[in-house]
Design a protein around this ligand. Sequence first.
Ligand code: FES
Length: 253
Amino acid sequence: MADTISLTLEVWRQPGPLAKGRFEKYEVKDVSTNISFLEMLDLLNQRLLSEGTEPIHFEHDCREGICGSCGFMINGQAHGPDRGTTVCQLHMRKFKNGAKLVIEPWRARAFPIIRDLVVERAPLDAIIAAGGYNSINCGNAPDANAMPIGRDTAEDAFDAAACIGCGACVASCKNASAMLFTSAKIGQLALLPQGQPERSKRVVAMYDEMETQGFGACSWTQDCEAACPKEISVKWISRAKRDYLKARFKEGL
Ligand code: FES
């Protein structure tokens, strides 16, 4: 594979939430295949700044696939073509020389565009806040052999806790549903003793908040699982739905 590649980028530019957006074309030449996608955009932004042009706005923080800040569509795929990878961990070696890449923000009614590739993802935070707090005082970190749950359960809960809240599941869903995100957040606590006292209240509140925030319904296309950089399974949706029905029944609603 060539050590450098040249690309044509079509990037969504939108100066503000209410401004009209459009795609702008940029030719980028001699890009090292060893750098990341965000580093490629950094280089393009340096060029734009030196030309006196507004750089492309995009979100990032850790650049290690941990924080969930980054994320946009590359040729219609959330976080780009590499499975189980955030865009900050995506490397230019994944693209062919001469490729044309269309880069655009998450598109969802609940995620209004702030600028260019940056969208408002506070509605995901609102779902978490609706879940409330756990009333159990967990104290200090316990000894491993004193844990009241088995290793398999702990690992299962950790799989759900791996969700970084990037919003790729919403952006890849034709209904812009936040069901995978919400179910993972519900599921991680539903498996643990600390999550039991508020279990019913939590699932109902988080489901209701999801609707209030304008996310769509789940129609089980499973695109969310395919797009998730942490490969969160749709099994969490089934589990959360069961929890929701039980909670509604319990509360007589
Ligand atoms: S910048 Fe933190 S996950 Fe990509």
